[in-house]
Design a protein around this ligand. Structure first.
Ligand code: PHE
Length: 347
């Protein structure tokens, strides 16, 4: 084997041994670089006679082009291998399920409120919403809850260290009852001077706040106020309306309702409304679902109406509680933790 053949063989072995592009470039320099073996041989040509130079030069050039094509082949092989490795590493498993954007769903309390609105809507009740940051007057005074009266402490209200533009203290409303006053006043104003006024029939669902927190109380919770005021609306109507609501809401006739005497400054007489199912897991247990009563004359006056002419009832119920009963949830806090494992069960 002549010297040039063994040089080409050595280059092939070196190139094959190079595992990376960088190692291959190093190997290339050993043959084709400025001090490389082929380059040195070329330099040696200078000492030869023209004839020798021609023959030797052609042989060296042939060896050089062999080395160059070996180098090129090895470069391609390394690039291929790299590409294959990358393809393998970044391979897509097209059999995996796609990642879609979640569509979301309604919170169980929102569903419950929608259900309440639909049922009362079918009985001719309007739906109203009002501010969660309320004035002291709306939350208490207008509701026959005199300033400094101990009954105010029935509700562990969040007082805010702020007054409104008219200097009235603000609070996070502890109940939706201020909506009775807001709605009735707007209704009275709208129909003022028309001789007769259409009945007020409204529900007002929304968020309410109290300093209260355990398995059955949350500092933020929901209430839904109901108000029906007319010329001759009585406790009997309340009983009919509320019982119909319970029947529709729970889709059963199999329950009893009782009105248990209670006290609220804004109603007289006042009653807690309890229901008990006659069958099912809650069979026989009295469950308090609402406070209610005939609207106190002082409150009707604060509606801007004459209590001699306008009479009716109000109630306030807890959609959170109703949702828990309907879905069989035993801890109120689950409702407001935002845990998707819980929430997605309702959609
Ligand atoms: N506002 C009362 C409460 O939060 C409930 C209620 C509303 C009672 C309307 C009577 C009439 O407990």
């Amino acid at each position: 084997m002549n010297e040039l053949d063994s040089l080409v063989g050595a280059a092939r072995a070196d190139f094959d041994a190079a595992a990376t592009a960088a190692a291959l470039e190093d190997a290339k320099a050993r043959y084709l670089g400025r001090a490389g073996r082929l380059t040195e041989l070329m330099k040696g040509l200078a000492k030869l006679s023209p004839d020798e130079k021609k023959a030797r030069g052609a042989a060296i050039n042939a060896a050089k082009s062999q080395v160059e094509s070996l180098l090129e082949a090895r470069r391609r092989a390394l690039a291929d291998a790299e590409l294959q490795a990358q393809l393998k590493a970044e391979a897509l498993d097209v059999t995996l399920p796609g990642r879609s954007r979640g569509t979301g769903g309604l919170h169980p309390v929102s569903r419950t409120i929608e259900r309440i609105e639909a049922i009362f809507g079918s009985m001719g009740f309007d739906v109203a919403e009002g501010p969660e940051i309320e004035t002291d007057w709306m939350s208490f005074t207008a509701l026959n809850n005199p300033e400094n009266h101990p009954a105010r402490s029935m509700q562990d209200t969040f007082y805010v260290d702020l007054k409104d533009a008219e200097g009235r203290w603000l609070n996070l409303r502890p109940h939706t009852s201020p909506m009775q006053v807001r709605y009735a006043r707007a209704h009275a104003a709208k129909h003022a001077g028309q001789g007769s006024m259409p009945e007020i029939r409204v529900i007002a669902p929304g968020r309410t706040y109290r300093v209260d927190s355990d398995a059955t109380h949350s500092p933020m919770f929901h209430q839904c106020e109901g108000l029906w005021i007319g010329e001759n609306v009585s406790f009997k109507d309340l009983k009919v309306v509320f019982t119909s609501f319970v029947r529709e809401f729970f889709e059963t006739d199999d329950f009893d309702v009782r009105f248990r005497p209670s006290f609220f400054p804004f109603t007289e007489p006042s009653a807690e409304i309890d229901i008990a199912f006659r069958s099912g897991p809650l069979k026989g247990r009295w469950l308090e679902v609402a406070g209610s009563g005939q609207v106190h004359p002082n409150v009707v006056r604060n509606y801007g109406l004459d209590p001699e002419q306008h009479i009716g009832f109000a109630f306030g119920m807890g959609p959170d509680r109703l949702a828990m009963l309907r879905y069989g949830i035993d801890d109120l806090r689950l409702m407001f933790d935002g845990d998707l494992r819980f929430l997605t069960q309702f959609n």
